[in-house]
Design a protein. Structure first.
Length: 479
């Protein structure tokens, strides 16, 4: 595998993020997706966990007969984070690292991403746009006995490609135990021919971000990969020149321009990068996270009756069994356990203009499955507990500013799905809200103001930004 000059790559990504694509309009992509949904044959039905073929409840856990894929384990958590010092919960234990990868290629000078209309058993609308390759190690080593995933040869070293992005990023820390995937983008030459198989399509990065304005079209795995993309660092002087040129041509500055400024500017940050690293380090030192494996039957307040694994008050989430029949997958039918959320969640960033540049209010959040105690999360992240007034179990800082924001202050709002291979029909409201001068710059200890440029600097490294933050980052659009 080869690499290219990083500044050239970042500029190519930026051009693609500003492009409407060279092949198909966004409206036509939505129509194509609708047709993909109509053409597919699928049947997903809930069945008792004890009836899952190929799965067993043994050693006080739910696991596959092969010992591969994943298991549902019980854990006991002890922590000094916030006001719940210990609890028990089920968690997905999937130690193997999978591929989440895009093939990209320039067409007429604009980088395009090869996306797949992929069916997952947990998807609300069955088919969503996924990366070129989305496969666990058990999948691409064909433990299931099915076909090899399309385009695997571009990611496993068989084909010579340019590697533009290659990172290990964490998955949902509240549901997965120490789970990571390889987020990778590889490029082929403009003159290289590649067969576009049925169910695949070339789109620009700008179009992917445009499609994220619609609910449940772009899947979580696509969102996490494109969130790893950096667009370069520019001085205040360079950005003022860009703004002047746009004004000369009568191009008005608006919110997307201000997003772009926050992404590209290397100046005017409230906090230096080293100060933010020290902030995170101090919180990792302050908080403790003890995770002990226990049997499912030993978990307090959880019930497994052979049908489902659930909390006794039907809170948070449960684990169900599903039987799946799908027409265009490597394996056309199988059984598996899935996590089903008790309610829709909320993931939201508060943004504020500080020193003339937009900053995002980032939270240091502890979750049971985190590798390194805390990860950077959105200002508000409520996925497993109910955040609604009268039903929430603890105070959530800055929740009211997100929930009660006037429409004119909402930059982005859309329901987006969680990963459909493990989570059953789960969607969360993704929202970005602007606040004014009345909102203080001084914030609580677990929070820090960062520009988009700084956040993307941390995405470069493993396990800094959690998947909820990366999902919201992916939706930031520049037109």
């Amino acid at each position: 595998m080869k690499t290219r000059n990083i500044e050239d790559v970042q500029l190519d990504f930026l051009v693609s993020a500003l492009s409407h694509g060279n092949f198909i309009s966004t409206t036509d992509i939505l129509m194509w997706m609708k047709q993909q949904n109509e053409d597919v044959v699928s049947n997903v039905k809930q069945i008792p966990i004890e009836q899952l073929k190929g799965w067993n409840y043994r050693d006080d856990r739910i696991c596959h007969d092969s010992g591969k894929f994943f298991s549902i384990d019980g854990i006991h958590i002890m922590t000094n984070y916030r006001n719940v010092p210990e609890w028990d919960q089920p968690i997905i234990n999937q130690p193997e690292i999978g591929f989440l990868g895009f093939i990209v290629k320039k067409f007429n000078g604009v980088m395009h991403f090869l996306m797949q209309a992929k069916i997952e058993p947990g998807n609300l609308n069955i088919v969503q746009l996924s990366p070129t390759l989305q496969a666990t190690r058990s999948n691409y080593t064909r433990v299931h006995g099915g076909k090899s995933p399309n385009y695997l040869e571009y990611f496993n070293g068989e084909k010579e490609v340019y590697v533009l992005v290659d990172q290990l990023q964490s998955e949902q820390g509240a549901r997965f135990l120490h789970k990571r995937n390889r987020n990778i983008i590889v490029e082929i030459n403009e003159d290289e021919e590649i067969s576009v198989k049925d169910g695949f399509i070339w789109v620009s990065l700008g179009q992917i971000k445009e499609l994220l304005r619609y609910p449940n079209v772009v899947n979580m795995d696509s969102r996490t990969v494109i969130s790893c993309i950096k667009f370069g660092n520019y001085s205040e002087q360079s950005l003022k020149l860009l703004s002047s040129v746009k004004n000369m041509y009568g191009i008005e500055n608006d919110k997307p321009d201000l997003f772009l400024y926050s992404v590209l500017s290397s100046d005017n940050h409230l906090h230096e990068l080293q100060d933010i690293i020290q902030w995170v380090t101090s919180l990792k030192f302050k908080y403790e996270l003890g995770v002990n494996s226990i049997g499912i039957s030993k978990m307090k307040y959880w019930i497994y009756d052979g049908n489902v694994l659930r909390h006794e008050d039907n809170k948070y989430f449960d684990v169900i069994g599903v039987r799946v029949e799908i027409g265009n997958r490597e394996v056309v039918s199988w059984d598996q356990p899935m996590v089903r959320s008790a309610q829709e969640g909320l993931m939201g960033f508060i943004v504020k203009k500080i020193n003339g540049i937009y900053h995002f209010l980032v939270q240091a959040k502890l979750e049971a499955g985190n590798f390194d105690i805390v990860e950077m999360a959105p200002t508000v992240q409520c996925l497993t507990g109910n955040y609604r007034n009268g039903k929430n179990e603890y105070t959530i800082p800055y929740l009211e500013q997100v929930l009660n924001a006037p429409n004119e202050n909402i930059w982005y709002s859309s329901y987006q799905s969680e990963e459909g291979g493990r989570f059953f029909q789960e969607q969360n409201l993704n929202i970005i809200v602007e606040v004014g001068d009345e909102f203080p710059i001084e914030v609580e200890e677990n929070y820090c103001w960062m520009t988009l440029n700084q956040m993307l600097s941390f995405v470069t490294y493993n396990n800094y930004l959690n998947i909820a933050a990366r999902s919201l980052l992916s939706a930031v659009s520049f037109y």
